[in-house]
Write a protein that binds this ligand. Structure first.
Ligand SMILES: NC(=O)c1ccc[n+]([C@@H]2O[C@H](COP(=O)([O-])OP(=O)(O)OC[C@H]3O[C@@H](n4cnc5c(N)ncnc54)[C@H](O)[C@@H]3O)[C@@H](O)[C@H]2O)c1
Ligand SMILES: O=P(O)(O)OC[C@H](O)CO
Length: 332
């Protein structure tokens, strides 16, 4: 039977995932909800997201809307707003949630609680199954129909498998897991490490330094993952190592580009303005610093980025900190 799908968040990733779902089944109806009425009107008229993905027209079965009530008789709801809007969007959908399968494709922490988004979700929707989309996936490439592999992490493996069916098609390969903690830790922290890799490149350091940051970043992610109950195999998979590699090494990444700008002397505000889209790592560095502290985990790269973002550390001091390390065992 033809499915009804609601993608909430009409930015780059929401639009790309709406395109993907619409292509997966041309008989499906895909609502693309956005909170900005003027933007939605422009989408309805132009049939292309000129603000975020200008080169890919919307197929006929994608329907931009600013009416959240459309979710009421949908089969699936996929939240793709920035992490800072996650809790507010859950509150928005609450009156209309009945039998729909719910998931999100957001990489970040809750800005109020500095905790994982799954914690926010289960607080608001106890006993409701959920799925999380993670893994190396630039919106632009998904919109262009380039082959991509993602992780679908579900609160149960059976739910992850069901949810993956909404997304899986010839261009989009899905791998399922029930390690929702691992998928969130890997997916969120890689943005912070990508900022560090960008800074290093922006400062003029070379490939050796970048490789060191990626590897030590992976250690940091693994330490935080272990303390949170994540499985190491998840962190070494698409949602961890896979996304870390993608984001640290390719200039399509906004987090990496943000870091490049910091390394070239921009401050946080001017670098964010220059990127002009969501840079999740800016928030995650701050929230993950609190999270790591709460879990008694050492997170030196995250701490460094947090201080740079807050402006309590200069780029010169960060450079010195990067260079001034005492010998220690690689396992630490
Ligand atoms: N773009 C990608 O390639 C990509 C890939 C994977 C995951 N993600 C993740 O997807 C999430 C969304 O990022 P994006 O790339 O779509 O960002 P984006 O900057 O392209 O778009 C964000 C959208 O969210 C909207 N928005 C802002 N505040 C809102 C609110 N309070 N309520 C509802 N909508 C609001 C904005 O109007 C904008 O349309 C992030 O967590 C990001 O890490 C992005
Ligand atoms: O552009 P970024 O840095 O937000 O990265 C986008 C995706 O998370 C890549 O998987």
């Amino acid at each position: 039977m033809a499915q009804k799908i609601a993608v909430l968040g009409a930015g780059s990733w929401g639009t790309a995932l709406a395109l993907n779902c619409a292509r997966a089944d041309e008989h499906s109806t895909v609502f693309l909800w956005g909170h900005n009425a003027a933007h939605i009107k422009a989408l309805q008229q132009a049939r292309v997201n000129n603000q975020h993905l200008p080169s890919t027209p919307l197929p006929d079965n994608v329907h931009p809307t600013d009416d959240i009530a459309v979710i009421y008789d949908c089969d699936m709801i996929l939240l793709v707003v920035p992490s800072h809007a996650f809790a507010e969007t859950l509150a928005r959908i609450q009156p209309y949630v009945c039998r729909q399968a719910i998931g999100w494709a957001i990489k970040g922490f809750d800005k109020q609680t500095n905790d994982l988004l799954s914690h926010t979700f289960t607080t608001q929707f106890p006993d409701t199954p959920f799925a999380i989309i993670a893994g190396p996936s630039f919106a632009k490439e998904v919109a262009a129909g380039l082959p991509t592999a993602i992780t679908v992490a579900g609160s149960t493996l059976a739910f992850a498998n069901d949810f993956a069916n909404f997304l899986h098609n010839e261009q989009m390969r899905t791998y399922t897991t029930d390690d929702v903690i691992g998928a969130q830790i890997g997916g969120s922290l890689k943005n912070v490490i990508a900022i560090a890799a960008g800074i290093s490149d922006g400062l003029g350091f070379g490939a050796n330094t970048r490789a060191a940051i990626i590897t030590r970043g992976l250690h940091e992610i693994a330490r935080l993952g272990a303390a949170s109950g994540a499985r190491n195999e998840t962190l070494m998979g698409l949602s961890g190592l896979g996304d870390l590699l993608l984001t640290c090494t390719d200039d399509l990444s906004r987090n990496r580009r943000f870091g490049l700008l910091l390394g070239q002397g921009y401050d946080t505000q001017s670098a964010c303005a220059e990127i002009g889209q969501t840079v999740e790592g800016v928030h995650t560095a701050i929230e993950a610093t609190q999270y790591a502290h709460r879990h008694h985990v050492r997170a030196p790269i995250t701490n460094l980025i947090e201080q740079l973002i807050r402006g309590t550390l200069s780029i010169e001091a960060a450079k010195q900190a990067l260079l001034s390390h005492y010998p220690k065992p690689e396992t630490e």
